[in-house]
Design a binder for this molecule. Structure first.
Ligand code: MN
Length: 353
């Protein structure tokens, strides 16, 4: 028996609002979901688990129809679907009245339900969110009944406000596989058994690293499951190390090359480290324009030698300023203050001369 497990697709989300590349990303999330279904059409699986937050917010009737159309193109695959906290089934939710294709099994309501199929032999336990927050540990006491075949728990949450989960209790309750959703970074809690596949596409800048879904098999009581990277891009951190001879243009070249090497589609958080010449005036806006750069964080500092400057400027305002900092353990912010302050003081004293 083959299955695919995904979660947190967040259809309808438009990540990185205000950034030049943002406009296409809402569409891209739909496209990646469509590609998953197209992949199943080519290499069929028996079961598709979608562990909540398929939509970023309340789905519109048209959106449900699109998703249902996609499911109808894989009639051999049984789709198990639940509402998560983002797309929870409110009183007026279109989820309540929607009629799904025959191969779709939708968990409606916060009461635990069991769906049993005979072909293939599988039992899936689950529920759907009707509220944005659920603080009761609804999964902790659930035990599957004794029956043959693949026994699965479809579950969304795991933090304090979204059905807290006791990993030990749930992993030992007797399920063959626990298909989790809600945490956006892929995470294996128990190998081949209890897994967060993470968001299918990264949804915001905290969703760093690879994204995709989990693909697995169930054979004679044995589950094999592995992560398949599938997202069209990822958020990455990119560190540029400055030296005293770095210039704005040399940095731009370095960044261009790094972005080319790591993929122009990815979205970068650029961190500047190392030392730079005191007269280098960094234009980080310019760096931002060289690719999908969401932030430039400057942790570099000018190549001043505070001790030498102290000898040179002892007894002056600059000397006192340096002494104030050198006498103590400096935090990162204080270190920055020292260097920025020095820069300002040295420039003023130069102008006075
Ligand atoms: Mn969620």
């Amino acid at each position: 028996m083959k299955f695919i497990h995904l979660a947190d697709v967040h259809l309808g989300a438009v990540p990185d609002k205000g950034c030049p590349w943002s406009a296409g990303r809402g569409e891209e999330i739909w496209e990646t979901f469509r590609r998953v279904i197209a992949g199943i059409r080519e290499n069929p699986v028996d079961l598709l688990f979608i562990a909540g937050d398929l939509f970023h917010r309340q789905p519109l009737p048209g959106e449900l129809k699109e998703v249902n159309y996609l499911f109808s193109t894989i009639p051999e695959t049984h789709v198990f679907l639940m509402a998560g906290n983002h797309d929870c089934m409110r009183k007026d939710s279109f989820y309540r009245t929607f009629s799904w294709a025959e191969n779709v099994h939708f968990f409606a309501g916060e009461k635990m339900r069991r769906i049993r199929l005979e072909k293939p032999r599988v039992t899936v336990y689950g529920l759907g969110y009707e509220h944005q927050e659920i603080r009761e540990p609804l999964y902790d006491g659930v035990k599957p009944s004794e029956e043959d075949g693949f026994r699965v728990l479809l579950a969304h949450g795991g933090d304090e406000n979204h059905i807290p989960i006791n990993v030990r209790a749930v992993s030992q309750a007797g399920f063959d596989y626990i298909a989790l959703g809600h945490i956006h970074r892929p995470q294996v809690l128990v190998q081949n058994k209890m897994i967060y596949p993470g968001a299918l596409e990264p949804i915001d800048r905290n969703d760093t690293g690879p994204h995709g879904y989990v693909e697995g098999t169930y054979e004679d009581g044995l589950v094999q499951a592995e992560f398949v990277p599938f997202a069209s891009r990822s958020y990455q951190k990119l560190v540029l190390t400055l030296r005293e001879d770095s210039t704005q243009l040399s940095l731009e070249d370095m960044l261009r090359m790094d972005i080319k090497r790591q993929g122009a589609r990815n979205i970068y958080h650029v961190v500047l480290r190392g030392v730079r010449s005191p007269d280098l005036l960094l234009i980080s806006e310019k760096l931002k324009s060289l690719g999908n750069v969401i932030e430039v964080e400057d942790l570099s500092h000018p190549a001043y030698d505070p001790e030498a400057l102290l000898r040179q400027y002892g007894g002056t305002l600059i000397g006192d300023y340096i002494e104030y900092f050198l006498d103590k353990e400096m935090s990162l912010a204080e270190e920055k203050a020292l260097y920025y302050g020095l820069q300002a003081l040295l420039e003023t004293s130069r102008q006075v001369k």
